[in-house]
Structures are given as C-alpha cells and as structure tokens.
Design a binder for this molecule. Structure first.
Ligand code: SAH
Length: 235
C-alpha cells in the first residue's frame, strides 16, 4: 500500500473481502447495483460522456466505471483495494469494455495527471477516508479547468443513521455491519464547503432515493439520506 496515502487499511480490507461478489446483483454490493443507473443518469444529464476523459476515484469492482465506458467515456478507475481492482479488471473480459484500472491513491493520480480529466466521479468513497478535505483537493487537482466533479455520499442525519446503518446493516442485513460510521457522514453544506476550499463551485445537490425492498432508486429533492452533488472547476 502506498505510504502516506489518505487511507484506512481497515476500510480497504473490508471492501477487498467483498471483491469476489462485487458483480453479484444480489450480493453485498446490491445497493450499489440498484443505485448505479440513477448515478449514471445524473452525470449524463449534465455532461457529454462520449469521448470525455473520466476518472472514477474509489471505483471498487467497477460498476460505475463500466457504465461510463459503455456511455462512450474514456475511463480511468482507481482504487487502493488490490482484490477489488483485480475483480474490476477481470470483469472487462465479460463486458468487453475498456477501462484503465489502476491501484493508485487519489493523490498519486492527481500528481501523475494534473488537470487531465473532463469529469471526475467519486461515489460512496468520501465517508471512508480519514481526511475528506485532502481527498477533495486531489479531485480538484485532477480536473481540467471547466471540468465537472460528481460525488455521492451519506448525509449526517438521524434518517441516514436509521436507513444506512440500522436498516441496511442490522435489520435488512444488506451490508456487513461496520460498513459505515455515522461520524464520517457529511452534510451537503459541509461537503460544499470542502469543495469551495478546493477552488470548486458546487452547482447542484440532489437526493438519491432508495427503496431496498422494492430495489428502486430515483433522483429526489430529499437529501436527508443519500445525495448526489455536482461541482465545477472554474475555466
Ligand atoms: N465508487 C464505487 C465503490 C464504492 S465502495 C461505487 O460507488 O460503485 C468504496 C470503495 O472505496 C471501495 O472499493 C474501497 O476499496 C475504496 N476505498 C476506500 N478507501 C479508499 C481510499 N482511501 N482510497 C481509494 N479507495 C478507497
């Protein structure tokens, strides 16, 4: 593992444990499978993806990376989990898509390719890193001037505690216990502040609704649990 990276080894191990079942729509990544089309739509509604250079930071087994590649983007997916990156690469044999997967930290990609990406996506990662502000600085550095950043994470509200921790980890057992830590959830205003500090201009926050029993997900005005956020790097 790269030294001095903004990473919790326990978090990486937790996701690596799930790697072999990542593409099983009924496995532990089931919520990500269910949310994925809505996340893709949110991005595709705001930026042209065909031919765009896109970084997917904390890509896991590659659900969003592949969806972006399928939409015509030239995707680089990075994650620090060795097994999740192996699974992401293996799955390309099945999908016959092309994604440049790398086991790399956000800081390393930002240093290797500054101002190189039209679009940067960072979904369901920021609540798992020790230093969210440093992650946002890396994401901003990767973007071309005029580029767009898309993030999703969990709000720090009682509703999010109830849905994402009590509901998903304890009652429905959709996710392994310990997947999420309430104190690491960020309110949209807090995330927007981190983005502005990194020189970005937040331009939308939308709720990401999810009914795990009916396996339905949708964009909504309710940001109390999961939300999507978009920001622009000034041209
Ligand atoms: N973005 C994907 C996966 C989300 S799960 C999706 O939404 O479909 C969170 C992922 O973040 C896991 O794959 C985990 O290995 C990765 N991760 C956790 N901490 C990380 C860090 N500090 N740097 C890079 N990846 C990290």
């Amino acid at each position: 593992m790269p030294v001095a990276a903004n990473v919790s080894a326990a978090e990486i191990a937790r996701f690596d444990e799930l790697a072999s079942r990542w593409w099983d729509p009924d496995g532990e990544s089931r919520p990500l499978h269910d949310l994925n089309p809505v996340r893709l739509d949110y991005i595709a509604q705001r930026v042209p993806l065909r031919g765009a250079r896109v970084a997917d930071v904390g890509c896991g087994g590659g659900l969003l990376s592949e969806a972006l590649a399928k939409a015509g983007a030239q995707v680089t997916g990075i994650d620090l989990g060795e097994r999740v990156i192996d699974i992401a690469r293996l799955h390309l044999h099945e999908s016959a898509l092309t994604v440049d997967y790398r086991r790399q930290s956000s800081a390393e990609l930002a240093q290797a390719e500054p101002a190189a990406f039209d679009v940067v996506c960072c979904m369901e990662l920021i609540e798992h890193v020790p230093d969210p502000a440093a992650l946002v600085v890396d994401l901003a550095a990767m973007l071309k001037p005029g580029g767009r950043l898309f993030m999703s994470t969990l709000n720090r509200t009682p509703a999010a505690f109830g849905a994402a921790i009590l509901g998903a980890e304890y009652l429905l057992r959709l996710l392994p216990r310990g997947t999420h830590h309430y104190a690491q959830f960020l309110k949209p205003s807090e995330l927007a502040r981190l983005l502005r500090h990194a020189g970005l201009e937040p331009d939308d926050v939308s709720g990401l609704g999810y009914d795990p029993l009916r396996r339905k997900a949708w964009q909504s005005r309710v940001t109390a649990v999961n939300y999507l956020l978009c920001a622009r790097k000034p041209a």
